[in-house]
Write a protein that binds this ligand. Structure first.
Ligand SMILES: [Zn+2]
Length: 93
């Protein structure tokens, strides 16, 4: 099965290798289908990892840190959009 190297996780800085099927690979990387179409069977966490490289557990850690520092939800959403915006500009290799 093809492997895709994700961008670096925003939290821990690690890249991940994600295994996807040949069909998913063709649809996503060759036919350039939207990830939600190409990988409709996968859960959101999987797709998030593939696109942004950010692990679900790391999102949770960041979110909890933000909550502890009493950042309000709107600020959190701003940070989230900012980070995912950067991620979408990056190419998945
Ligand atoms: Zn991580």
């Amino acid at each position: 099965m093809p492997k895709v190297l994700t961008p670096r996780c925003f939290s821990c800085g690690q890249k991940s290798e994600v295994e996807i099927t040949q069909v998913e690979y063709d649809n996503y990387l060759n036919k350039r289908q939207h990830v939600q179409v190409a990988m409709s069977d996968r859960d959101a966490n999987f797709r998030e990892l593939l696109i942004s490289g950010t692990h679900n557990a790391c999102w949770m850690t960041m979110f909890c840190d933000l909550q502890e520092s009493q950042m309000d939800f709107q600020n959190f959403m701003w940070v989230w959009c900012y980070l995912t915006g950067i991620a979408k500009m990056g190419r998945i290799t």
